[in-house]
Design a protein around this ligand. Structure first.
Ligand code: HEM
Length: 341
């Protein structure tokens, strides 16, 4: 959507909804519940996406719909306590987001599936729109509520879950980093959830892990009017109106001119005047993700939970540990060690 009064009103509404979230408390609570469940009996394998991340992100983000949160997940007339309906909702928004992740490279199958699920999502929100309007204190009927509820549903949860899976995949491939974090968590015992300096360290690790595996390594942008981009070279890049540009964000995250020793894994790196670049995984400028702090907070809680568990490894006991469904990671099996060494 182009900047203008409609975008400004939408953004005001979104910001007010994001402000009511208490993601850390909600994500911590759900992570603790799941760690207790998945760690018992010890040594079992579980799906990091379907059994863990999906639910932590759900409990942290769904309150954005206020008192209508359960109805949005269950659909009009659905049983709000039915986990099957909640799961169906999460798959619906996952497939819509799949189109975003694949961008221009999405296959016809991925596009069609996104269209089918987008239609279901719109129907779902229309069915409960008066509840959402009431929950958001918006006039009824309001087109803005429907548009923003649909947008918020699919843009928030799936990207957070996929990013979380990428973060864990990167961490498990760096055994020393993982072991150091686990032993710090172990030493803290009960205080692992309340120690602020540990939380800050995990938060910094999440950002650095995301730098190595950004979910949007490439971002496509429409060019609405003739413009030029500075290249740092002798000539600017001319972009005529109506075209598209691809921003190679992963290239920028590893640009030696901006980041000292970019190939080094360094969560405590001092970014100096390049602090904005550290968040490039969330876009840049006025359209940067408005919930980037929430997203990193959710992933921090999820990671702390995993660090309190016995040692995890990817598990290929029943097929490949990681499975893809189009552009999305649909499965990531991990196994907890039965006992600490
Ligand atoms: C790790 C998780 C996340 C990542 C990597 C991510 C990334 C992004 C990116 C790259 C954009 C586009 C920015 C641009 O156009 O330049 C975006 C937009 C957006 N994100 Fe996120 N996001 C995440 C989580 C969330 C969450 C949890 C929410 C809400 C609770 C959210 C809400 C939004 C909204 C509403 C927009 C549209 C903003 C606009 O058009 O002005 N995102 N996000």
């Amino acid at each position: 959507m182009d900047p203008g009064p409609v975008y400004a009103a939408d953004r005001k509404l979104l910001d007010s909804r994001l402000a009511i979230l208490r993601v850390q408390a909600d994500a911590d609570r759900e992570a603790q519940r799941l760690v207790a469940k998945l760690g018992n009996p010890p040594g079992q394998s579980f799906d990091l996406i379907d059994d863990y991340l999906m639910w932590i992100a759900f409990h942290a983000i769904q309150p954005v719909f206020g008192t209508a949160a359960s109805e949005v997940a269950a659909g009009a007339g659905g049983d709000v306590n039915d986990p099957g309906l909640q799961r169906q909702y999460l798959l619906e928004i996952r497939y819509v987001a799949g189109q975003l992740l694949a961008g221009n490279s999405s296959t016809l199958r991925v596009q069609r599936r996104a269209e089918v699920h987008a239609a279901s999502l719109i129907a779902r929100i229309q069915g409960v729109c008066s509840n959402v309007e009431k929950a958001w204190g918006e006039p009824s009927p309001s087109e803005g509520t429907e548009r923003n509820a649909v947008g918020l549903a699919w843009i928030s949860h799936p990207v957070t879950v996929q990013s979380g899976a990428l973060v864990v995949q990167e961490l498990l491939s760096r055994r020393k980093v993982y072991e150091d974090l686990r032993s710090a968590a172990n030493e803290l015992g009960e205080r692992v959830w309340t120690d602020q300096s540990f939380r800050k360290s995990v938060y910094d690790h999440v950002l650095e892990l995301m730098r190595f595996r950004p979910i949007f390594p490439l971002m496509a942008r429409d060019v609405p009017r003739d413009t030029e981009f500075a290249t740092g070279g002798r000539r600017n890049a001319v972009c005529p109106a109506g075209g598209k540009v691809a921003l190679f964000s992963i290239g920028a995250l590893f640009d030696r001119r901006a980041v000292r020793r970019p190939g080094r894994f360094c969560p405590q790196r001092d970014w100096g005047d390049q602090e904005g670049l550290r968040w490039l995984m969330f876009g840049y400028g006025t359209r940067q993700c408005p919930a980037k702090d929430h997203a990193v907070d959710i992933l921090t809680s999820a990671l702390i939970g995993l660090l309190t568990m016995p040692e995890l490894r990817l598990s290929s006991d029943d097929g490949k540990a990681i499975a893809y469904d189009g552009p999305l990671m649909s499965r990531m099996r991990v196994r907890c060690a039965a006992q600490e060494k």
